[in-house]
Design a protein around this ligand. Structure first.
Ligand SMILES: *Cc1c(COP(=O)(O)O)cnc(C)c1O
Length: 369
């Protein structure tokens, strides 16, 4: 295997992170007790402009928790986009509900509002739009459809910390928004996630459920509900606080590199990329291209192998949910736009420490076909 010279995305850990984590370790609070979790939650809520933020062990757990908070379960249908990471849909199955996939928009690659509207039945309870690769979905149309049909909206903003729609942070439009701090996301806590909401009752119950449903402020181990061990630890929150201080710098680098990719690849026959809506500002978590083999002269499989051979880490777009072996028995419908994007799409290196020279090198190799 060729060694990786330019990674797709990798954690950006510096002196500040070491300092904060060391201080947290020295405080003795290594687990879920300690002051930093609520400090991180407060900092995060303030940044995205949500009233409440509840930290979780990862983003998948935050989606699971969101569905549980909204009372979604057996007999209910939840609409999800076909083109996403599998963790958008799995929690729907965890709570015993039925995932219904719909196709995505060919320009933004995000859930198509018309398709959502067509998929609504009298069993539909919620929709989970994903801001794919950081690119904001069409939130005004989605919120309008949700309101008209009485659906809950859970925004999967796992990849989209820092992205905005009409100047408002994604994750704050729906009833609940979730974020991920996995090692490869916009910021990392090693593993971790966040649930945000403006509803005080949902937030209070989320705090209860992440901590095994245990009552606060009483000496007894009294558990009011069957909850989960979904808490983030003090050590992870220390890492998160350091990353939050550097977030704007990460986003600025990602934005600059995405612009540079577009500039260097502009007018190359057979290449295209994900489009932001007029209202949307992407976090540019992963800059991704579409390859039309007839015009470009090489298909995306061959291009991927060539880039990997040069130490440039790339990845195909997510395999549509309807094509996942794990969902073979679920009768998910085939989604032609998602299929076509997957066949042609490739994520390019987008780590927040990549230099302009790195991006130029990727483009140079890419064009040597
Ligand atoms: C990463 C991711 C998740 C899950 O987050 P984890 O922290 O890895 O559990 C969910 N949805 C999307 C779209 C993701 O990219």
């Amino acid at each position: 295997m060729t060694s990786i010279r330019i990674p797709l995305d990798a954690p950006n850990i510096g002196e500040l992170e070491k300092e904060y984590v060391l201080r947290a370790l020295e405080s003795g609070y290594v687990s879920s007790i300690g002051p930093l979790v609520s400090e991180f939650e407060g900092r995060f809520a303030g940044y995205v402009g949500a009233r409440y933020a509840v930290a979780t062990v990862n983003g998948t757990a935050a989606i699971h928790l969101a569905l549980r908070l909204l009372g979604i379960g057996p007999g209910d249908e939840v609409i999800v986009p076909a083109l996403t990471f599998i963790a958008t849909a799995n929690p729907v199955v965890y709570v015993g509900a039925t995932p219904v996939v719909v196709d995505v928009d060919p320009l933004t690659w995000n859930i198509d509002p018309d398709e959502v509207e067509r998929a609504v039945t009298d069993r539909t309870r919620a929709v989970i739009p994903v801001h794919l690769y950081g690119n904001p979905a069409d939130m005004s149309r989605l919120m309008d459809i949700a309101r008209r049909h009485g659906l809950y909206v859970i925004e999967d903003a796992a990849e989209a910390l820092g992205a905005t729609y009409n100047g408002q942070h994604v994750g704050t439009f729906g009833d609940i928004g979730i974020f991920s701090f996995n090692g490869n996301k916009v910021i990392t806590t090693g593993g971790g996630g966040m649930l945000v909401t403006n509803d005080p009752d949902l937030a209070a119950r989320a705090r209860l459920l992440v901590n095994q449903g245990r009552a606060f402020g009483v000496m007894e181990y009294e558990h009011l509900e069957i909850g989960y061990n979904f808490r983030l630890t003090n050590t992870q929150a220390a890492l998160g606080l350091a990353q939050m201080e550097r977030l704007e710098q990460f986003l600025a680098t990602k934005r600059r590199n995405a612009s540079l990719y577009r500039e260097l690849l502009n007018k190359v026959p057979g290449l295209g990329w994900q489009q932001e809506l007029h209202e949307g500002r992407s976090s540019w978590w992963l800059f991704s291209i579409l390859v039309n083999p007839n015009d470009f002269g090489q298909d995306r499989y061959a291009l991927a192998r060539r880039l990997q051979g040069a130490g440039i880490q790339v990845r195909p777009l997510f395999l549509p949910l309807s094509r996942q072996p794990a969902y073979a028995g679920y009768g998910l419908k085939t989604c032609p736009v998602a299929e076509s994007l997957h066949r042609r799409g490739l994520n390019l290196p987008s780590a927040s420490f990549l230099t302009e020279e790195d991006v130029r090198y990727v483009c140079q190799v890419l064009l040597e076909r």
